[in-house]
Ligand binder design. Structure first.
Ligand code: DAH
Length: 356
């Protein structure tokens, strides 16, 4: 019996060192150590032995059982290490690899410019306001000192709104149109009846135009100050502050006489060119960007008495100044932004938009 026991141990050790799955190990456990397994079968023979023999064989049986259990433990740990490393192999993950960045959007170039412009004027006490982008011709023209049929209206290449019957829609304040400039906000702001006014109105404008320098839809920012003693000096100061804040402290401005129906006197505001620094020359050669030292920003002037009257005020008591500049044009004049076709701004081409 002793031999049989030792043989079982040897057999178990050989088997267990060769087993290569946990499932096979379990089968072997039942076969060897189970209630009806080989060891239990052998030990049944103990009953027939004498007490002396039982002592000897019993000790051998214990030794064999411990040996078999040890062989099981070793096999088990060998298999679980193998299983873990197989798992590591199949589920291997390099946590140092760069991740996949989620797409994050950002404000459009024009929206950024509108925010910058709003903030600069806020420093001077100008309050942002909005006025209708679909309005009556009274506010866009009539109240702006351009009576109907006045030829100056032609400059604004206006879209009129037609109703279902094909006729231009008309109301008590004239024809319905898409605002061709933000100046429609001037009289609308005065009609609110709160004075003095320091308004910066930024909105969409529409004109019948589309080429590399013009869009049928664009934005303007309209400044309006209405107070008891507004002056050209103050207008110049505001222009200068804006130019230095937006374009850089080295830029200077000039007011050049011009003509608008809604201002008197009227000006075009120019800012010194970033390339030649206002001299018009680079290395003795004419500056390629401006040709004469100055770049045109847009219109400005002292609010015409007729506009002040249209706003319900007495021009002998109140005066004001105003200016209206294109957002796209202004932002494209910022150094470093070389866009040769303005229409790219609104083509929704992400390759362009993501650059800003
Ligand atoms: N509304 C004018 C335009 O669209 C620009 C303008 C000029 C606005 C002079 C003003 C101003 O407020 O005073 O061309």
């Amino acid at each position: 019996m002793e031999n049989e026991l030792r043989q079982l141990l040897a057999e178990a050790q050989a088997k267990l060192s060769a087993v290569d799955t946990m499932a096979d190990l379990e089968v072997a456990r039942i076969e060897i150590l189970g209630r009806k397994g080989k060891l239990a079968e052998l030990l049944k023979g103990l009953a027939a032995l004498s007490i002396e023999e039982k002592k000897v064989i019993g000790a051998v049986a214990n030794e064999v059982k411990t040996g078999i259990e040890k062989a099981f433990m070793e096999a088990e740990s060998r298999l679980s290490v193998a299983a873990a490393s197989a798992k590591n192999e199949s589920e291997w993950l390099d946590v140092t690899l760069p991740g996949i960045a989620p797409e994050v959007g950002h404000a459009h170039l024009t929206t950024q410019a509108i925010e910058d412009i709003t903030n600069i004027f806020a420093h001077l006490g100008f309050v942002r306001s909005r006025h209708p982008e679909v309005d009556w011709d009274y506010y866009a023209f009539e109240a702006m000192n351009m009576p109907s049929d006045h030829p100056a209206r032609d400059d604004w290449e206006t879209f009129f709104v037609r109703g279902e019957n094909g006729e231009v829609k008309t109301g008590a304040k004239g024809k319905m149109l898409l605002t061709p400039h933000t100046s429609n906000g001037q009289v609308r702001e005065m009609e609110k009846g709160v004075f003095p006014i320091r308004m910066i109105s930024i909105g969409k404008c529409f004109r019948r135009q589309a080429d590399v320098r013009h869009l049928p839809m664009f934005h303007q920012f309209e400044g309006l100050v209405i107070d008891k003693k507004a002056s050209v000096t103050e207008l110049k100061g505001v222009c200068d502050y804006f130019a230095k804040s937006y374009f850089g402290p080295d830029r200077v401005t000039r007011l050049r006489p011009y003509h608008f129906r809604f201002t008197e006197p009227s000006f075009e505001l120019d800012i010194s060119c970033s390339v030649c620094g206002g001299t018009g020359k680079v290395d003795e050669v004419k500056c390629k960007l401006c040709k004469e030292g100055w770049l045109e920003l847009g219109g400005a002037g002292m609010v015409h008495p007729n506009v002040i009257k249209a706003g319900g005020l007495d021009p002998d008591e109140y005066s004001g100044f105003a200016f209206g500049w294109g957002v796209e044009r202004t932002m494209m004049m910022r150094a470093g932004l070389n866009i040769d076709d303005i229409r790219i701004l609104y083509k929704n081409d992400l390759r362009f938009i993501r650059q800003f």
